[in-house]
Design a protein around this ligand. Structure first.
Ligand code: ATP
Ligand code: MG
Length: 411
């Protein structure tokens, strides 16, 4: 029989890996709730158009990475490759424009047909935030500060760099695009095949190409900053000034463009050199036109998303797990008493592992294996006078404790 296994690029998550991911998500939620963000959960699949129309038909996601399928009713559906389009769709579907700003966070699985490698999966988890309805740079500053605090709380701030750039408003973007295309056309023969194809449709993407030949051309390409109009320069200056005020260190990266069509003004990435080529752990930007594009009116937006697996790979400590108490009956007669005592302890908030079978030695070995802090040993003599033996499994010390004092003693 063929080996039973899961689909390439997908993983079963359990044990330490899953605990670390839970810690990333819980830490994220705690941080962003302080900024007034509330959780939203949108469906895992949407009409294909939600992504195809809004992420841009030249983005890598739309051209190569989407899991699309036709359901039995003939609808074209897609497993969500990212979170923003779904949240903005929910914002529009539910008419949330009445009460701005709207601040959401989300987490859950995303799906992209990519070449699996370390830190790159076909099903992966994102935690992200979206802030809708604020046009001023305060929003940009706040969401970046929030991202930074999040990584700080995970103990990672020393390992990550905040990279930031501005794509400016539509006018600046068009101006830059023209300059860039003119420059790249002069160097057409030196570009990679992929980039030759991108030149007409999505020239900005060439800036973050990983191909050596492209990198050499890009080296001398026109600078984005030179194409920003006054308003866009002012906006970007205000964002950077705010980050300075908050003591958040950043590096302006003139080549940072992000892969999706919907970005404008501020774009940013938090990167680390610890994960090889998959060094971006969190990425985001401003998307002022996206809500309007979905028919929701002129509402500004900004957000970010992080890769939960990538972040959890950076955590070196396994998150703390409450140590259990092992309840061990000696002989058949003590079985019912053990059941009741275990139940009582759990109602009092303790984590309890009942020992199910085996002699005393085996049961104690099992208690050590689950890292129990104490064992409550129930022998028939002790039970007869309403007590039990409480054994500290770290020191080996043991003493007799009255059953009605047990919770108190353990606390
Ligand atoms: P990359 O350049 O690594 O492909 P991206 O620009 O496609 O990243 P985003 O769409 O910005 O990534 O997603 C935000 C974050 O989600 C990334 O920074 C990364 O941490 C994580 N991520 C994206 N794709 C994957 C994947 N296939 N597997 C695991 N994590 C991913
Ligand atoms: Mg990608």
């Amino acid at each position: 029989m063929e080996k039973v296994q899961c689909v390439r690029g997908t993983y079963d998550l359990y044990g330490d890996a899953k605990r670390k991911m839970n810690k990333v998500v819980a830490t994220g939620a705690t941080v962003v709730e302080k900024y007034g963000f509330e959780e939203i959960e949108t469906p895992i699949f949407e009409f294909t158009e939600v992504f195809a129309r809004n992420l841009g038909d030249t983005s890598d996601i739309v051209t190569k990475e989407m899991y699309c399928f036709e359901d039995k009713g003939g609808e074209s559906l897609t497993l969500r490759p990212e979170g923003t389009a779904g949240v903005v769709r929910a914002f529009v579907s539910n008419g949330m424009q009445q009460n701005l700003p709207v601040k959401f966070f989300y987490h859950g699985p995303m799906f992209r047909y990519e070449r699996p490698q370390k830190g790159r999966q076909r099903q992966f988890t994102q935690f992200g935030v979206e802030l809708l309805g604020v046009e001023t740079p305060q929003a940009d500053i706040e969401v970046i500060a929030m991202a930074y605090e999040f990584l700080e709380k995970l103990g990672l701030s020393g390992q990550v760099t905040v990279e930031i750039n501005s794509l400016g408003d539509a006018e600046s973007r068009d101006a830059y695009r023209q300059k860039l295309v003119a420059y790249l056309q002069e160097h057409f023969d030196e570009l990679s095949e992929d980039s030759k194809n991108r030149l007409e449709r999505n020239p900005l993407r060439i800036l973050d190409s990983k191909e050596e030949c492209d990198k050499a051309v890009v080296e001398n390409a026109p600078r984005y900053a030179d194409s920003l109009n006054e308003a866009s320069k002012q906006f970007f200056g205000d964002v950077l000034h705010g980050l300075d005020l908050l003591g958040i260190k950043y590096r302006v990266n003139d080549r940072l463009v992000r892969g999706l069509d919907y970005y404008s003004h501020t774009v940013f990435e938090l990167t680390t050199d610890k994960l090889g080529a998959q060094g971006t752990v969190l990425a985001g930007g401003r998307y002022n036109g996206l809500v309007a594009q979905m028919g929701g009116g002129d509402v500004a937006g900004i957000g970010w998303a992080c890769g939960v697996e990538r972040l959890s790979m950076l955590l070196d400590e396994t998150p703390y797990k409450q140590r259990p108490i092992a309840v061990i009956p000696v002989g058949e007669d003590a079985q019912n008493a053990a059941l009741k005592i275990a139940h009582q302890l759990r109602l009092n908030g303790f984590c309890v592992e009942q020992s199910y079978s085996g002699n005393m030695k085996k049961r104690l070995m099992k208690a050590n294996k689950v890292n129990a802090a104490y064992a409550v040993i129930l022998g028939s003599d002790e039970l007869a006078n309403g007590s039990a033996t409480l054994k500290n499994l770290d020191t080996g010390e043991q003493k007799n404790v009255a059953l009605d004092k047990l919770t108190e003693e353990l606390k």
